[in-house]
Design a protein. Sequence first.
Length: 132
Amino acid sequence: MSVYLYHHHVSVCATKSRLAMEEKGLAWEPTLPLVTEFVKSAETRRAIEIVLAPYKAARPYAAPPGIPKDRALALGTAFADTMKDPQFLSDAEKAKIDFSPMTGARIRELLTQIYAAPPTAIAAARDALEMP
């Protein structure tokens, strides 16, 4: 199966399929099956999560180490408020911008899951991407 991730291509075997590489599916193509619907083992699911993590958190906003907690909270709140702002959402729709915002807490959760992955899942993810 060949899997297409936007402009990235991962070849798994000879069949071509389209699968959503998202946690909750795609708003613009809701009938596209999620890749996780076909996973049969927990280890394979972990390997897929590792491979897909960079796509889930594609453009994170970050602040420097040591930022005061009140500043970090203000930045996180401003980001969350922007993602719900009617004018922002209207402009994004007009520009045909597809985005799936993640909170800082969700990004931290994702990173914690990846760093806690067993070595076998990391090896399976590396093998799937044919990384040396």
